[in-house]
Ligand binder design. Sequence first.
Ligand code: SF4
Length: 256
Amino acid sequence: MSNLVLTETFLAVQGEGMFTGTPSFFLRTAGCSVKCPACDTIYSWAKERPEGLASGQYVRVPSEDIVIRIVESALKYVVVTGGEPAEQADEMLDVLSHEALRGRYFTIETSGNVEFDPVPYTLLSISPKMTGMMRRDLPLDRYDHLRGMIDSSFKAGRLVQLKYVVKDERDYFEAKDLTLRVVPEQWRSRIHIVFQPNNDAYRDGISQGENLANYCQNLKALSSMFIQDQCAGGTWDRFPHTRLMVQQHWLSHGME
Ligand code: SF4
């Protein structure tokens, strides 16, 4: 029996992507070597509990105990997020392949920067960071790696989504370019592409009201650029499941 190092587990309504609105059991793994400069969950980077974090968090939990928690929640959707869950792939496999969890829908959320062997998930949700949001010294060949990950997931019969948080036109077109480079031709009609406006919830010195107003402005700007780009035809004709969405969880919890 293995131990998964977790930052926390919690119950919430999935707030983003193709399973938006589903009541879900979340497992937030601890540890992330990717260390994006704009990370909104820095507390999940370490694998040991940083000073000041509540004592119920940051624990090594036997996989059997995690399975029991999920079963007791009675929820059908399970989301493994991080941190970077791909850094604990073997431990994750022990949980997700457990007999007691048959019939559940598993989402693995990953930055796409860490290689990992396939685990029995339903949806692979990849969130590539835009240039301004990621470190420049990451070792992997980003494009080859992502292309391989998407291809093998579809071949294994999984769902795949690419989820982008964009703050401006430059990010949007970078995401578009990245999509074209990493999604093999035969999977373009099947992959889900999700754009979400950036929010400044973790920026110092910004009030909630200001942040919400900025968010609405970002959404408005992105909506108009998105519709114009769609009407112009081209790229997204080949990607029919491309949508602009808000991060619902941020609107319901981030503004508390
Ligand atoms: Fe943060 Fe995710 Fe980037 Fe890791 S991959 S640093 S958890 S945003």
